[in-house]
Design a protein around this ligand. Structure first.
Ligand code: SAM
Length: 200
């Protein structure tokens, strides 16, 4: 297992990504192909920036990535990457919602690799992770286009099935994805919702 993590760490370094977490998105993208040229993508919890860099490369010059995190991120990318706007916001803040509303008409894909600060208590970490992904669902309701895609991290635990039930009516399909690059012993999984149905 340690060798495997070492492998992804070295691969990220060689491919000039700031974090090996990029492969948790790349694996899903290679299989499900939900990121497409020219899209507008919102990346929540983007720091240190690997998912956004990878996404910007796939979207090409006509695409746009809006990337937000509590921590400041600022990586300059060379064309033909999509334009990236690095924002420093707490996703719970009203200012964040106002800023998005005043700048963009919505997004084709919402990504979230957000993780709460771990406390050592599995139960508390699970509950905080659920609070974050529920916030992601609220933001999706505001900003995700009809038929759009959500790919978001969540730490599994006793209330995870309830969260999945909350996702199901919102999307045509909902899958739970566990990428190989995510440690087996970690409770993290990714929920992939496709075909977003905007509530009438
Ligand atoms: C695992 S890292 C993301 C790694 C990133 N996907 C990459 O590939 O570089 C999780 C991030 O979620 C951010 N985060 C957690 N809670 C947040 C919140 N309420 N608002 C914004 N970002 C948050 C953390 O600051 C942290 O940088």
């Amino acid at each position: 297992m340690r060798d495997e993590q070492d492998y992804y760490f070295k691969k990220a370094k060689k491919e000039k990504y700031p974090a090996r977490s990029v492969y948790k998105l790349e694996e899903a993208q290679l299989k499900y192909k939900f990121l497409k040229s020219g899209q507008r993508v919102l990346d929540l919890g983007c720091h240190p920036g690997s998912w956004s860099m990878y996404t910007a490369g796939l979207l090409g010059e006509n695409g746009l990535v809006v990337a937000a995190d509590l921590q400041r991120t600022d990586i300059a990318l060379q064309k033909p990457h999509a334009e990236i706007h690095w924002l420093c916001y707490d996703v719970y803040s009203a200012e964040f919602v106002d800023y998005l509303k005043s700048h963009w008409p919505g997004f084709h894909v919402v990504l979230s690799d957000m993780a709460p600060r771990t406390t050592g208590s599995q139960y508390a970490d699970h509950q905080q992770s659920l609070a974050l992904v529920r916030r992601v669902l609220d933001l999706a309701a505001l900003f995700l286009h009809e038929n759009g895609t959500l790919y978001c991290k969540v730490f599994q635990g006793e209330d995870f099935p309830e969260f999945l039930q909350e996702c199901k009516p919102l999307f045509a399909t909902v899958k739970v994805v566990k990428p190989k690059s995510s440690r087996l012993e970690s409770r993290e999984v990714f929920v992939l919702g496709r075909g977003f149905r905007r509530a009438k």
